[in-house]
Write a protein that binds this ligand. Structure first.
Ligand code: AP5
Length: 217
């Protein structure tokens, strides 16, 4: 299956992506994770992306699209993938569609995670991420056993720079203006399904897998 996850910042895309991708045995491709890795390594791509990410703006399309094209061309993505955080605007969606057509492929389904704004702010303000394995925790909703330490690998947990309140508000505005139009774009293509992404993580995963089941080969 070729899946796109869409939803506002903090909707739980990264959290659900890891469970869905592992359940379906397809790679999870997160543009935010790839950018953050490059920032942490100080690569030219990371240096280019950092100023946009720190402000909560989108990284320019030409940079993002080239990066995703390279990743989708890799061997492990040939039989399916789950995209988390891409596409992020209609031009990215158009480019993705053309690229997949060139490869004789098409998206199977776009899964929208529906959550209201207050919940998103609660989720982002308590998010902590593992430096080592990138597992995502929440200090209230999904806390690790030991504060600041990842249960999965023992790594150190950190708060993302772009989870500061002002930046979160700006990211939500960017989402409304640039990314939310994708919902009607994919509805018009007839491949959009939306699920209620509130409630415990496991329940959201169950809803997501149930919604995706009819599309499985
Ligand atoms: P990116 O990393 O994609 O950020 P985002 O879309 O803003 O999404 P988040 O990662 O903030 O949230 P999420 O939906 O994954 O939620 P999560 O699962 O972590 O992008 C970062 C930046 O990179 C962008 O601002 C941009 O600059 C750049 N970028 C990336 N892609 C780009 C593109 N295509 N084009 C241009 N620029 C791009 O969950 C959040 C918290 O809630 C966690 O603590 C989690 O534990 C908790 N939680 C999750 N589910 C639940 C639940 N059901 N109940 C309670 N808590 C929950």
């Amino acid at each position: 299956m070729r899946i796109v996850l869409v939803g506002p910042p903090g909707a739980g895309k990264g959290t659900q992506a890891q469970f869905i991708a592992s359940h379906l045995a397809i790679p999870k491709i997160s543009t935010g994770d790839i950018f953050r890795y490059n920032v942490s390594q100080g690569t030219p791509l990371g240096r280019q992306a950092k100023e946009y990410m720190d402000r909560g703006d989108l990284v320019p399309d030409e940079v993002t699209i080239a990066m995703v094209r390279d990743r989708l061309g890799e061997e492990d993505a040939q039989d399916g993938f789950l995209l988390d955080g891409f596409p992020r605007n209609v031009p990215q969606a158009e480019t993705l569609k053309k690229q997949l057509m060139d490869w004789d492929q098409r998206l199977t389904v776009v899964l929208e995670l529906v959550v209201d704004e207050d919940e998103v702010v609660r989720r982002l303000s308590g998010r902590r991420t593992c430096r080592r394995c990138e597992h995502v925790w929440h200090i209230m909703f999904d806390p690790p056993t030991r504060e600041g330490i990842c249960d999965a690998c023992g790594g150190e947990l950190f708060q993302r720079d772009d989870d500061r309140e002002e930046t979160v508000r700006h990211r939500l505005e960017v989402y409304k203006k640039q990314t939310a139009p994708l919902v009607s774009y994919y509805a018009d293509e007839g491949i959009l399904i939306g699920i209620d992404a509130t409630g415990p993580v496991e329940e959201v995963t169950e809803r997501a897998l149930a919604a995706l089941r009819p599309f499985a080969r």
